[in-house]
Design a protein around this ligand. Structure first.
Ligand code: HOZ
Length: 432
């Protein structure tokens, strides 16, 4: 086993804390609860990331989802280099934006029109404003443990960093805003029926991650999604899928193609930017036409649809579309890792189980299956933290929180997978 040194990362983290809140620009990156400084990454290529101490890691964070093809993909790099010659941002319409909107509307049939923004947060925030305008209602239903970015009304019992750092909501969110948010239990059909019986005619939209990645990977049950479609139709509310993480990840057409459900609006991010900052929301023409300047719902952005993001995103999506076998191979690779992890769980007797959908997975340190926020919260997060650190020391870079997803990329080789399984076996044994 190589002994890792983290001297430079530790030094950089100390410096970062002087200038950046908590030393990071997004909370989960701070490795809180994990007994080490976060590795400061200096470069990435294929399945690997490298830190400032020269350590090499097999990367299962994948920039939190976008890097489905691996880092520094030659086709994306070449396309970006060409675009760089032409300028980086114009704040004016481009052919590339047409191409992006056409491609996504072709791949995701529920999306008839699309508006590009710069992050997943912006996408969900804008989609909800639109839903409220369309329905002329104010209440929103969201699910505990789902995370839709840091928009005020969605920071109630949120997953991801909010769950990792035990921030139930967030300071600074006006009570007046949050009073219109109804928090429901994920996968709970009776719960949602009851909410609609009480508030149905006041609910503008139900928003959810149809496969959640932000309390670890927790898939919705088909019957649950069917029920959501049924009640939203019945009461005239909109169904909004947050496919920021799952879009183009669990399948080219996202969760909605796997479950054959048509949401009214869908939010995207991550993969569609090919590693550059991105978000988008889209859906039924009749609803989307309400956005300014066609309609009265205002939403704008200086860098929205910028040519660099469009180039990286288009290149990524085209590769995925033209090579459908990528998804089969992602499934194969992820399945191999899952089986390897599960074998070690059985052999060592460590208390854990795995949830996986395609190339997204989580090892939960719990003796119960995880299917919602409460079952996720029962996990032994201290054990996850120890596990994560042990894996890091063996060169496996995992999300530093129990409540995030591992992302397998097309660039992960058999050798990477074998090394990961071996390290996992060792870590599980050490945990006992
Ligand atoms: N909210 C992101 C994961 N679900 C974390 C993003 C980041 O730290 O970069």
């Amino acid at each position: 086993m190589v002994i890792m040194k983290f001297k430079n990362s530790k030094k950089l983290f100390k410096e970062a804390k002087k200038y950046i809140p908590g030393g990071v620009n997004s909370p989960v990156r701070a490795y809180k609860g994990i007994d080490t400084a976060p590795p400061f990454i200096s470069k990435a290529n294929g399945s690997k990331v490298y830190d400032e101490d020269g350590n090499e890691y097999i990367d299962f964070v994948g920039s939190w989802g976008p890097m489905i093809l691996g880092h520094n993909h030659p086709a994306i790099r070449e396309a970006l280099a060409k675009q760089l010659e032409l300028g980086t941002s114009y704040g004016a319409p481009t052919r590339l934006e047409n191409e992006m909107a056409r491609l996504i509307t072709e791949i995701v049939p529920s999306v008839e029109m699309l508006r590009m923004v710069n992050s997943g947060t912006e996408a969900t925030m804008s989609a909800l404003r639109l839903a409220r305008a369309y329905t002329k209602r104010e209440k929103i239903v969201k699910f505990a443990g789902n995370y839709h970015g840091h928009e005020d009304s969605l920071l109630a019992q949120a997953g991801s960093g909010a769950l990792t750092h035990s921030v139930a909501g967030s300071a600074g969110v006006p009570a007046n805003v949050i009073k219109n948010t109804i928090v429901a239990n994920y996968n709970d059909i009776e719960g949602i029926e009851s909410i609609f019986r009480h508030y149905g005619k006041q609910i503008a939209a139900v928003i959810l991650e149809p496969i959640s990645g932000n309390m670890g990977v927790v898939p919705a049950k088909q019957e649950f999604l069917d029920k959501l479609r049924e009640v939203t139709d019945q009461y005239g509310s909109l169904l909004v899928f947050d496919e920021v993480m799952t879009g183009f990840r669990v399948a080219l057409g996202g969760v909605q193609s796997l479950y054959s459900i048509k949401p009214d609006l869908t939010c995207f991010g991550k993969i569609i930017g090919g590693g550059l900052p991105v978000g988008a929301y889209g859906g039924k023409r009749e609803i989307m036409e309400m956005i300014a300047p066609s309609g009265t719902v205002y939403q704008a952005g200086t860098l929205s649809g910028n040519p660099l993001t469009m180039t990286a995103g288009l290149t990524t999506i085209k590769i995925l579309k033209e090579n459908p076998e990528i998804y089969d191979q992602l499934e194969e690779k992820a399945q191999k890792i899952q089986k390897g992890i599960e074998k070690a769980i059985i052999e060592t007797g460590v208390t854990a189980n795995v949830n996986r959908v395609g190339s997204m997975m989580t090892i939960f340190f719990s003796d119960n299956p995880v299917y919602d926020y409460d079952s996720a919260k029962k996990c032994d997060t201290k054990n996850y933290s120890k596990y994560c650190k042990l894996m890091l020391e063996m060169g496996i870079y995992l999300p530093p929180s129990q409540f995030e997803a591992f992302f397998v990329s097309y660039a992960h080789s058999n050798k990477d997978i074998e090394k990961t399984i071996k390290a996992n076996g060792f870590a599980c044994a050490k945990l006992l």
